[in-house]
Design a binder for this molecule. Structure first.
Ligand code: HEM
Length: 128
């Protein structure tokens, strides 16, 4: 069955986006290992569940101004050994693929632009 793509951004479809993206990440040979190292390989674990909720709140903050996320998005990335520009490029490719599975192009464009922007900032701060 074909599931309709979302044309407006809300909490529910942000959660769908996040829960679509991270299983793709875990399976990816380049990006997956960074996450397995920090969070383990079982996406159903409590540690992963906490991450998925945190990231859903992060994107709800970015897209909707939601106030549940009040962390420091950049901070943990300083402690990921071996993180590279190539890994960021792959992360973005997967994220954009996930966006296309959930949103119509006009709404998906927002996430693509924002993620590209944020990834550039992260890479600049990481000097990679
Ligand atoms: C190769 C690229 C990336 C890798 C390997 C990566 C990996 C990770 C890992 C392992 C964590 C969990 C850290 C921990 O709990 O100790 C994390 C947290 C997070 N990541 Fe990434 N990440 C990448 C790119 C991005 C990008 C581009 C964004 C945003 C567009 C992003 C947003 C976040 C946020 C918001 C958190 C939670 C920060 C907090 O603790 O408040 N990440 N990332």
């Amino acid at each position: 069955m074909q599931i309709a793509l979302a044309n407006t951004i809300n909490d529910e479809n942000i959660e769908t986006l996040v829960r679509t993206f991270y299983p793709m990440v875990l399976e990816d040979p380049l990006v997956g290992p960074f996450f397995v190292e920090k969070l383990g390989d079982n996406i159903s674990s409590d540690v992963w569940e906490e991450h998925l909720v945190l990231i859903s709140h992060f994107w709800a903050f970015v897209a909707l101004g939601d106030e549940r996320y009040n962390g420091h998005p950049m901070a943990p990335h300083f402690h990921i050994e071996g993180i590279s520009r190539k890994a960021f490029e792959q992360w973005l490719k997967l994220f954009h693929e996930a966006v296309d599975k959930v949103y119509i192009p006009r709404s998906g464009e927002f996430f693509k632009l924002k993620s590209t922007d944020i990834a550039s900032n992260f890479m600049r701060n990481l000097r990679i």
